[in-house]
Design a protein around this ligand. Structure first.
Ligand SMILES: *[C@@H]1O[C@H](CO)[C@@H](O)[C@H](O)[C@H]1NC(C)=O
Ligand SMILES: *[C@@H]1O[C@H](CO)[C@@H](O)[C@H](O)[C@H]1NC(C)=O
Ligand SMILES: *[C@@H]1O[C@H](CO)[C@@H](O)[C@H](O)[C@H]1NC(C)=O
Ligand SMILES: *[C@@H]1O[C@H](CO)[C@@H](O)[C@H](O)[C@H]1NC(C)=O
Ligand SMILES: *[C@@H]1O[C@H](CO)[C@@H](O)[C@H](O)[C@H]1NC(C)=O
Ligand SMILES: *[C@@H]1O[C@H](CO)[C@@H](O)[C@H](O)[C@H]1NC(C)=O
Length: 447
């Protein structure tokens, strides 16, 4: 049994003025003042020029500047109940492989959830700290996923950290995988005394010194190469994919112990995708092909890479299924809704399947492909159906745009501003990670 949790007030977030004063006092003591000021000026100029993803990156870059100076001391706010210890062994009850974790229902459980508090996790980006950004209701954080035929194991950060000792775990894909990465970082950070987070090109890295373990995110929204591969400066309307080339990204995935892939949201803007013609010498030489055909080809390039580069004896590969959108409230029978903005409860009527527009062909394609990959097994984690019920858990208007939290005027216009793609943290991605955790532990127990 887990003890009920004491609520702490929403005060624990790092105050930007404190960060600034730390930075200022550092400048005062050092002789490298001009260099750092230059770096900062360029950085803040960049924030003014480029929007969207900068929000998350702004915070990361701060740590990058600091990475050689300090370790973040993650203060424990409250003791966590522990599993019974027998010698050095922690015991956990894992569901059998035959149990379908994707079929089940949401159960309100404010005793075990949330798994951490927003204000306790200093690594969260402003994009997902819905409470800090003005969201008042909290019930969306307190739902447990209950599979029909078994139960998810309780999440024990120490068990995962033990698996990750001297290892690297990396999420690869689009901003939904970054959402999940942020969640996993928060799920383990309460157990760490020293940890740091920084950014390096397309890679965001969280590192625990005690465990010599890293939890990373690599941004590659199509997995393969494209003309939009710079995480800060990329074209949204003119995305062109190079379906046969992956090495430019994949070189960074080599040798990683746990790889967790996804790719979906960037495919959904248009029914056709622009792809480079064979032997093209620049991006202008492209053609339009229907989405599913390009997706198939890209997934083929990806699986070839997996076959050639992953050693199944040493590495584990996972693929996350589609994270659903909640844009049209008619899809859950509420003509008076405004996108996902007014939702505070999951869909709790399970008599008929819900259709919120997740592309079944793309889902099946990856599901079938991963099932067929026997030489290097890939675990397909189906989060789609369970997340489709969670119309209540998106960041909605409690998020950022152009690097800034939405103004109250913008928040009052959810039809224009609500983000019904990404998820608040703590929230739904924590449950995805609970499934990932369960699979990692099950697979490790066998090897
Ligand atoms: C602890 O482990 C030992 C041997 O591994 C076993 O004999 C004993 O029953 C265990 N105790 C409990 C309480 O599980
Ligand atoms: C949990 O929810 C129940 C029912 O809404 C409420 O009575 C109780 O006070 C809540 N407990 C906590 C710890 O929030
Ligand atoms: C630390 O982890 C890396 C992989 O993440 C590994 O290559 C290295 O050997 C580890 N260091 C020690 C001292 O075990
Ligand atoms: C592309 O180049 C290769 C090697 O130069 C050639 O064999 C192939 O026919 C070319 N393909 C097309 C479609 O032009
Ligand atoms: C659940 O959905 C079914 C089919 O959409 C509907 O007939 C039924 O009335 C709903 N039940 C409740 C309790 O809303
Ligand atoms: C996936 O496999 C199922 C069952 O074998 C088949 O019916 C379906 O057409 C396949 N879908 C795709 C997109 O490959």
């Amino acid at each position: 049994m887990q003890a009920p949790r004491r609520k702490s007030p929403r005060t624990g977030l790092p105050d930007p003025s404190i960060l600034t004063s730390q930075l200022a006092s550092y400048f005062h003591k050092t002789t490298k003042i001009p260099l750092y000021i230059t770096v900062l000026s360029i950085f803040f100029l960049a924030i003014c020029i480029y929007g969207e993803d900068i929000a998350a990156l702004a915070e990361l870059s701060f740590w990058r500047i600091h990475q050689d100076l300090i370790y973040v001391r993650a203060v424990k706010h409250k003791p966590r109940p522990r599993l019974p210890l027998n010698g050095t062994q922690l015991h956990v009850h894992l569901p059998p492989d035959t149990c379908d974790l994707s079929a089940g229902r949401w159960v309100f459980d404010n005793v075990s959830y949330p798994l951490y508090y927003e204000e306790e996790c200093r690594f969260l980006s402003l994009q997902v700290t819905c409470g800090r950004n003005g969201r008042k209701d909290e019930a969306f954080q307190q739902w447990r996923w209950q599979p029909n035929d078994c139960s998810l194991p309780r999440f024990e950060p120490l068990l995962l950290l033990k698996q990750l000792r001297n290892k690297r775990l990396m999420f690869v894909g689009d901003s939904l995988n970054r959402n999940q990465w942020g969640s996993l970082v928060c799920m383990v950070q309460s157990e760490l005394r020293y940890a740091k987070k920084w950014e390096d090109g397309n890679r965001n890295i969280f590192y625990s010194k005690e465990y010599n373990a890293s939890i990373e995110f690599y941004w590659a929204p199509f997995l393969v190469e494209s003309n939009s591969d710079n995480p800060k400066i990329h074209s949204i309307p003119h995305r062109i994919i190079n379906p046969d080339r992956i090495e430019g990204h994949a070189v960074y995935w080599k040798g990683v112990d746990y790889l967790i892939f996804n790719t979906y949201i960037w495919w959904m803007n248009t029914p056709n995708m622009k792809i480079l013609r064979p032997n093209a010498t620049d991006w202008s030489d492209h053609e339009e092909v229907i989405r599913i055909d390009v997706y198939r080809r890209v997934m083929g390039t990806w699986s070839d890479w997996i076959y050639k580069n992953v050693d199944p004896a040493k590495q584990m590969v996972f693929f996350m299924s589609i994270s659903p959108l909640h844009i049209n409230s008619n899809q859950w029978g509420d003509p008076n809704g405004i996108r996902c903005a007014l939702e505070t409860q999951p869909v709790l009527n399970y008599t008929e399947p819900l259709n919120v527009g997740s592309d079944p062909q793309m889902f099946d394609l990856v599901s079938n492909l991963t099932r067929s990959m026997s030489k290097v097994p890939v675990t397909f984690i189906d989060i789609t159906r369970m997340s489709e019920y969670r119309k209540d858990a998106h960041t909605s208007v409690y998020t950022v745009r152009q690097g800034k939290v939405l103004t109250s005027k913008q928040q009052a216009d959810p039809q224009t501003y609500a983000d019904c793609i990404h998820w608040c943290l703590p929230g739904v991605p924590d449950v995805w990670n609970q499934i990932l955790y369960s699979k990692i532990l099950s697979k490790s127990a066998k090897s």
